[in-house]
Design a protein around this ligand. Sequence first.
Ligand SMILES: [Zn+2]
Length: 229
Amino acid sequence: MSQKKQYNIRCPKCAQEQAVALFESVNVTEEPALREALMLNRLNAVTCASCAFAFQVHKPLLYHDVARGFMVYWLPVPAGAEEAGERQFAELLLQLAAQQPAGQALPAMYLVFTRTELVERIFLLEAGLDERLIEYVKHLMYLNNQGKLDPARKALLFDAQDSTPENLCFVVQDVTTRKMEAVLNYSRKAYDALAEMFRAEEKMRMLRELFPGPQVSARALLCRQPDES
Ligand SMILES: [Zn+2]
């Protein structure tokens, strides 16, 4: 079931404070319209009661796709606060596990820190792709384009809509300007070959060691280890 939470929000234009109910969790299987609202960047939109200014509020959101069996927790944290975010996520997992009916496992859980990552992760999971493998592909792309693709300044985003049966499509986004600057394709055959290779237990362990989680991000990994590039 989708749930709302009451917040006191100050209008960024006229500074008027008002109480608004914003979604803290959405069940998109029960309410597919909430998925659409999120994709159109209309979820948790607020219109100021005083000056009619319309704006967006970013609060922690649990996205639950019951039919596909996954949850993505979007925790908007300032850059540098990811570790605290990971601890908060661990607490949420304990809380959800405690609420789970006996004998029922939690669905697959994912953590993201930005709305862009949330949308990307939803598309990726809906397409039946593995988030660690996709981040591994991005990792390869960064390493193969050193000097051209700086992980500190450029994000790589999986683009489900422009992917084809032959190619997985990735767009290069400038982190500061948020402009989409280039498109990189990765052949699906190569992806399938990677998936086959990582099916082996030992290789899978390597992938999990590279991306232990809960945040699975090639960019975050490379930004954390600048010496290796
Ligand atoms: Zn206002």
